[in-house]
Design a protein around this ligand. Structure first.
Ligand code: FEO
Length: 170
């Protein structure tokens, strides 16, 4: 059974993960409007991943006999001046999420909730990847500044990203 402070914190995290999906879907829409379908695909895949993050927390609550409480999802921004600006925002957002996951892990230790602490280890590793992939895209986009051909090539690279549904192993 989940203790009340952990239940409330995970319910807030479910909202944050759903907001992340909303944010990336909004970025996908913006990429489409800029005519960059590869970037739109990359962000769409990211939004799908965020939905699986929410589901992972959701399942943990249900498995521990808690009750998920869904709350309103904030409206995300919808306009960014450039593609790099979007990824800068994505990186800021992921750093914020990393802080939230770390705080959840701290709370799990404080409550001696080892099952939650164990579940959170997956997210701690995932956040390292999330930040690294946003940083990687920012660096690559910077390299294309003033070189539309490079942006075209990078867009093709972003088009190749594929959503991989989670399995117990990944
Ligand atoms: Fe669910 Fe991008 O962190």
């Amino acid at each position: 059974m989940l203790q009340q402070p952990m239940l409330e914190a995970i319910n807030r995290q479910i909202n944050a993960e759903l907001y992340s999906a909303y944010l990336y879907l909004s970025m996908s829409s913006r990429f489409s409007a800029l005519g960059l379908s590869g970037g739109a695909n990359w962000m769409r895949v990211q939004a799908q991943e965020e939905m699986t993050h929410a589901a992972r927390f959701y399942d943990h609550v249900v498995e521990r006999n808690g009750e998920v409480k869904l709350t309103a999802i904030e409206e995300p921004p919808s306009v960014w001046p450039t593609a790099p600006a979007m990824f800068e925002d994505a990186l800021d957002h992921e750093r914020k999420v990393t802080g939230m996951i770390d705080a959840l892990a701290d709370l799990a230790l404080e409550l001696k909730d080892h099952a939650s602490h164990n579940m959170l280890q997956w997210f701690i590793a995932e956040q390292v990847e999330e930040e690294a992939s946003a940083e990687d895209m920012i660096q690559k986009l910077r390299l294309t500044e003033g070189a539309p051909g490079g942006l075209f090539q990078l867009d093709n690279e972003m088009a190749a990203r594929v959503f991989v549904p989670p399995t117990p192993a990944n």
